[in-house]
Design a protein around this ligand. Structure first.
Ligand SMILES: [Zn+2]
Length: 417
């Protein structure tokens, strides 16, 4: 291997500078990558106050007639900037220049992006399910899509807590029904080829990072990456999700609910409200340091209360009765097995007395943050309940009455169920 250096000067240089640069690139032996002079030797011969040759050499490039100095792909000569790069280059068997490497990466990237896009397109292929959507299905879909929906991104990511109605008992069956219809598609694991394309895409984003295009590549990667989770699939007959959202929104506002589905809707509202009551009971238990057993009587009581009374009024009653239980415990020292049932007993008796006398719950207490408003509650409150009321200031029965009074019912029954 014969190594004969060709030096390119990048800027106008003085004679002294040219001599120093030539010394820098002079090889000891034309067959090796060893240099004739050390940097110290060159600098010692230079004019005083002039810069070190290590700085000066930046104004030059060096090329030798060796295959490592020519790009394998574009065949162009690619000189080096320093001795370090020179030695490194000689050790490369087949050299590919940075521009060509970048081109390769970009083409790999485009291929990977295509694999990912095709996979998602195939999976979210439109199916003909629109006519099978019930009122509740549409309501749940609207809740999922209403809040800043992004096409080709999951409506629920795999690690997120599902909070559509606030009650898992309601969310889970509706979600699996929508998956069955094809309106929602679950992505749990990616096929090997897709996972590989995703890895390549990420790799190229990181490798191409040093360029000024860093943000573009990163953003593109984030946009294309397929997250695990539940995706929405547009049904046949719609051009885009905005069109779909508008249609189901109108369907929900205008109603068109069948008599049979009203029972289901009412059940849903009660389930959601019971869930809020359960959170409130947990809170009361902590607030008063009171053991409250999650018993069948308690659950029956909460079902009854949620149907008939606003949760804010119940919270006042719960607090009042919790204090009474504590006083009772101090005065009577009940058996330990009985303690956790006292709260349910006290509240139950109080409500029974109230109802027998035809009295009402008067006072309200502001709810703790633990009882939050679910997305669906917010949507329903906004559209069907007068502005000065919200879901929490009404009983489940009142919520459903106000809701149904604003929508059309097929074969309207004489009485609401
Ligand atoms: Zn090249």
């Amino acid at each position: 291997m014969s190594v004969e250096a060709i030096i390119c000067y990048l800027k106008p240089l003085s004679e002294d500078e040219i001599i120093s640069i030539n010394k820098y690139w002079t090889l000891k032996d034309s067959s090796k990558d060893e240099f004739e002079y050390t940097l110290k030797q060159i600098d010692s011969k230079r004019e005083r106050k002039s810069r070190n040759v290590s700085n000066l050499v930046l104004k030059s490039l060096c090329l030798v007639n060796n295959q490592s100095f020519y790009c394998k792909d574009c065949k162009q000569a690619k000189p080096v900037k320093s001795r370090k790069e020179f030695s490194e280059r000689l050790r490369v068997d087949s050299f590919v220049c940075r521009e060509c490497k970048e081109k390769q990466l970009i083409s790999l990237r485009e291929k990977s992006a295509k694999v990912l896009a095709n996979f998602l397109d195939d999976l979210l292929n439109k199916s003909d399910y629109f006519s099978q959507l019930t009122y509740i299905d549409k309501l749940v879909l609207l809740t999922l899509l209403f809040d800043d929906y992004q096409e080709k991104k999951p409506v629920i990511t795999s690690n997120a807590r599902i909070n559509i109605t606030g009650s898992e008992n309601v969310d889970m069956p509706v979600l699996s029904r929508l998956v069955g219809l094809g309106a929602l598609v679950k992505i749990t694991d990616l096929p090997k080829a897709v996972a590989l394309a995703q890895a390549k895409l990420y790799e190229s984003s990181v490798t191409l990072d040093y360029k000024q295009n860093r943000y573009r590549y990163r953003a593109q990667h984030n946009q294309l990456v397929i997250e695990k989770g539940i995706y929405f699939s547009l049904p046949l007959g719609f051009n885009n999700s905005a069109e779909f959202i508008e249609r189901i929104y109108n369907d929900i506002i205008n109603g068109g609910i069948s008599v049979q589905k009203i029972t289901e809707l009412k059940r849903m509202v009660i389930d959601m409200q019971v869930e809020n009551f359960n959170r409130l009971i947990d809170h009361v238990s902590g607030e008063f340091n009171l053991e409250i057993s999650n018993s069948v009587p308690l659950s029956a009581l909460l079902n009854h209360l949620s149907e008939k009374y606003p949760i804010t009024k119940c919270y006042y009653t719960f607090s009042h009765q919790a204090r009474r239980v504590i006083v009772y415990m101090h005065q009577n020292e009940p058996a330990s097995y009985a303690i956790s049932h006292l709260f349910t007993k006290f509240v139950g008796s109080y409500i029974q007395m109230l109802e027998e006398n035809g009295w009402e719950l008067k006072y309200i207490r502001i709810l703790p943050v633990a009882v939050s408003t679910s997305n669906l509650e917010a949507l329903v409150s906004h559209n069907f309940i007068d502005s000065h009321f919200n879901w929490h200031s009404l009983s489940a029965t009142e919520v459903i009455e106000r809701w149904l009074s604003k929508i059309t019912i097929h074969n309207a029954p004489a009485l609401l169920p």
